[in-house]
Design a protein. Structure first.
Length: 139
């Protein structure tokens, strides 16, 4: 069994964004040479997410509105976490809802996706470097 590991780095210049990272993940798979196996892709920061869904701008807008209703950024004083000097408690909650990682089957050297599925990096507390781990195992 072969193993491959790579870190993808992001520095989103605004507080929140959804970035389609499918092309970078597909490049990792190509580099690995693995034809059959599993791919794990996870955010390595507690205020960011990796998830699978459709790459459709209306859906991304709906996520933004929905997440802000669930865990509004302001007023920042509403969160106990922010009493430590932080202002990102909402980002931790948004990450919890959107998830930490995805696992995708690899079949015939390709990501074995359903219709419209793409991998996204979700940023909820941007303006600093963060990383995503891609780990692939298989033959």
């Amino acid at each position: 069994m072969k193993s491959y590991r790579k870190e993808l780095w992001f520095n989103i210049p605004k507080r929140r964004a959804f970035v389609n990272i499918t092309p970078q993940v597909q490049e990792c798979l190509r580099e690995s040479g693995i034809q059959e196996g599993l791919l794990l892709c996870n955010a390595m920061h507690i205020t960011a997410s990796v998830f699978i869904n459709d790459d459709e701008s209306g859906l991304h807008h709906d996520y933004e509105v929905w997440l802000e209703k669930l865990a509004p950024h302001e007023p920042t004083a509403q969160y106990w976490h922010n009493r430590t000097g932080e202002d990102n408690a909402d980002a931790h909650l948004k990450r919890q809802v959107m998830g930490r990682e995805v696992v995708v089957a690899i079949t015939n050297g390709k990501l074995d996706f359903g219709t419209w599925e793409q991998i996204f990096y979700g940023e909820f507390d941007g303006n600093r470097r963060k990383r995503v781990l891609v780990k692939i195992i298989g033959e």
